[in-house]
Design a protein around this ligand. Structure first.
Ligand code: F6R
Length: 254
């Protein structure tokens, strides 16, 4: 796992965008796995500030969507993606994929989502955030580390964390469709970002703790090409921090 620490989220996001740019330069038809939430917003903004980048041939797959929310609901991940990625980068409807949380048959939708990922040739770069409980996508603690896209029930703490995304008085959904841990691990490259002191404990568990379904993000230890970009507060509980800095500072000498 490559661990890189930057002073603050803006600097970390510029570096994250550099990873996306490197991929698009090599592979204009890249398949990107995308996350919602607060963490990747600056990275998406940074991409829209790079007019030399050409997104016309990319395909995207989002990690997750709430069950039961129509795409036009302001708190849906469809809506989030329109606002923060598809509209600013002029991504056309035929280019993007988000699980349909309103599908009549949710199991079939999940199966077809997996098939669409396969048919696209697989995800080249998966962008991830991490929940305070260690979830990636919405794979909550005790998720199978080989799970595929499916319906998941959110924990009470994730429902609480999601509440701020909903109008007051509206209860956030308890169920989501999410790519599985096994689906995520099949991406060729993974870029996870985490910011703020509140993420420091779970970040340390993900990188330096035991591989366990209680911290689904720890499954990334099994992946050969993961980059984790942190701000200083999120990195503050890493015991090997100096080593990670040394590895990165000397990366180009190899
Ligand atoms: C979002 C997702 C989640 C978030 C995580 C962190 O599509 O799959 O795993 O990445 O909950 O959310 P933020 O970035 O808001 O802290």
């Amino acid at each position: 796992m490559e661990v890189i620490v930057r002073a603050n989220p803006p600097q970390a996001s510029v570096l994250g965008a550099d990873y996306v740019e490197q991929l698009l330069t090599k592979k204009p038809k890249a398949v990107l796995g995308l996350a919602t939430g607060r963490t990747p917003v600056r990275l998406y903004q940074e991409l829209s500030r790079r007019p030399h980048l050409d997104f016309r041939q990319i395909t995207t797959f989002n990690l997750d969507e709430y069950v039961g929310l129509p795409p036009e609901h302001p708190s849906s991940y469809h809506c989030f993606m329109q606002q923060n990625f598809f509209r600013p980068l002029e991504i056309q409807p035929h280019q993007w994929n988000i699980p349909d949380g309103q599908a009549a048959d949710l199991e079939q939708e999940c199966q077809e989502y997996e098939e669409r990922i396969q048919a696209s040739g697989g995800i080249d770069l998966q962008i991830l955030g991490i929940g305070h409980d260690g979830h990636i996508g919405f794979n909550e603690p005790t998720s199978s580390l080989r799970s595929r896209t499916r319906v998941k029930t959110l924990t009470a703490s994730t429902v609480e964390a999601n509440r701020s995304e909903f109008p007051s008085g509206q209860e956030p959904p308890l169920h989501v469709l999410t790519m599985g841990v096994g689906t995520i691990l099949e991406a060729r490259q993974i870029l996870l970002m985490a910011f703020g002191e509140s993420k420091s404990e779970i970040v340390a568990k993900m990188i330096e703790g035991p591989l366990t379904a209680m911290v689904p993000a720890s499954a990334l230890q099994l992946h050969p090409k993961v980059t984790v970009i942190l701000d200083e507060p999120a990195a503050s509980r890493l015991t090997m921090l100096e080593y990670y800095r040394q590895v990165y500072d000397h990366k180009n000498e190899r």
